[in-house]
Ligand binder design. Structure first.
Ligand code: FAD
Length: 388
């Protein structure tokens, strides 16, 4: 009898040099703060600063796990984890290089040709080349088999038509890795016939229009392709097998510390200001949130360790994203309750905490949508556990 399917969070081990890596990142952030490239923000959300990304590249903090011949430093996934956690906790403006470091580069390394690796990976590690993710479209987000963007063979290359939506940071990116239909859909296997392409966003026929979010920020975009001529070497990986590549990519996207540290600035500010002022009631609720942070961190670290061992822990990554984004929402709710309690007691809500909270309330719906909605993740978890 085969064993019942289960999930497995292998115990993580922090690298011996975690302390020195943290110091390295903290020094860099302090230097960049002094140079005016790292601000203390009063709203949540990853900021963009091309100069800061270049500084990270110079410090060897991008593509850390990649081979040295492509500009990496052959560090472990756990070492990279320590660095990403520090950068997020410092609220550093990492938006520019984040996607390329987290998923585009690893996908190119895993599925790309040698020429693609040599072309894209070194400039990514220098913090000069930014990527965005082209999955969602106006009529397909959760159901990616329904994408309508089409790449049709033309001579040695391809002609691309379609629209990608909610594309974070396209306005500052040079390239997008997009999933496109290359063979008409077959209802027997809806995911066959999709392929990934590396699209140069400066090509004729590409237009990028801003989509302003509820908080008034320009994070995402609509990217339209009209008869865009792609060279033959824009294809990434195996023709028609792009779905498998995307599935592997999603484990990187869903399990990182950014999935539960988005509201860290709110929690840290709450803990430092209203926490002491409100006493016991605040202590209980903030303490519970901080304890949860530690559990999530262990789980997320465990996934970094599994990725390092070459595993694809999609089920575990979906669990971390579901728990992590619910935790982020709870952080906002607890902060709102405690701000109300403070007001009732005649205590002023500190200005920065109030601003962080206001922006977090507006961003809250995004937490459980980006990177896969909660309903979809729970479907993945149920399937992974053999329950459906
Ligand atoms: C801040 C932010 C940044 C983003 N950045 C990017 C990006 O850079 N690149 C990119 O490609 N996309 C990006 N997205 C898009 C995101 O991936 C999609 O919004 C998400 O996958 C959901 O797709 P959708 O919006 O089409 O909603 P739909 O798929 O239409 O879903 C609508 C609702 O129906 C539910 N639903 C759908 N199917 C099922 C089902 N089978 N079972 C149960 N419930 C279901 C969903 O859970 C959801 O509640 C971003 C989104 C946000 C909020």
């Amino acid at each position: 009898m085969s064993a019942a399917p289960t999930f497995d969070f292998l115990p993580p081990l922090l690298p011996a040099n975690a302390g020195s890596l943290r110091a390295e990142v903290r020094d860099l952030v302090a230097r960049e703060r002094a140079a005016g490239r790292v601000a203390v923000k009063d709203r949540i959300g990853m900021a963009y600063n091309a100069g800061f990304s270049r500084a990270c590249g110079e410090a060897g903090l991008i593509g850390m796990t990649w081979p040295k011949r492509y500009g990496g430093r052959e560090a472990t996934a756990m070492e990279r984890y320590v660095v990403t956690e520090e950068l997020l906790a410092a609220d550093a403006p990492v938006r520019g290089h984040w996607v390329a470091d987290r998923q585009s580069g690893p996908v190119i390394l895993r599925y790309g040709t040698e020429a693609q690796r040599e072309r894209f990976l070194p400039p990514i590690t220098r913090g000069e080349c930014f990527f965005c993710i082209g999955l969602s479209e106006p009529d397909s987000g959760s159901d990616l088999a329904a994408v309508r963007t089409r790449a049709v063979r033309e001579g040695a290359g391809w002609r691309l038509n379609g629209t990608k939506l909610w594309t974070t940071n396209a306005q500052n990116s040079q390239f997008m890795i997009a999933i496109c239909r290359t063979t008409p859909q077959d209802m027997k296997d809806r995911y066959h016939g999709l392929s990934q392409f590396i699209i140069d966003l400066s090509l004729p026929g590409v237009s990028i229009r801003p989509v302003i979010n509820m908080a008034g920020g320009h994070e995402f975009n609509e990217v339209h392709f009209e008869d865009v001529p792609l060279a033959g070497d824009a294809l990434l990986g195996t023709l028609d097998e792009g779905w498998k590549q995307v599935s592997a990519e999603l484990a990187y996207e869903r399990s990182g510390p950014e999935r539960w540290l988005s509201t860290w600035q709110v929690l840290a500010e709450l803990n430092a200001t209203l926490g002491p002022a409100l006493g016991d009631e605040a202590e209980d609720r903030i303490g519970a949130l901080l304890a949860e942070t530690l559990t999530l961190r262990e789980m997320s670290l465990s996934i970094a360790g599994m990725l390092e061992r070459g595993m694809t822990p999609n089920l575990e990554a979906a669990i971390v994203k579901d728990l992590g984004t619910r935790f982020e929402r709870r952080t906002v709710e607890v902060t709102r309750d405690l701000a109300e309690l403070a007001t009732e007691r005649g205590l002023a809500v500190p200005v920065r905490l109030g601003s962080l909270l206001a922006s977090a309330i507006l961003m809250m719906p995004a937490f459980t949508i980006r990177g896969g909605t909660t309903e979809i993740l729970r479907g993945t978890i149920a399937r992974g556990l053999g329950l459906r």
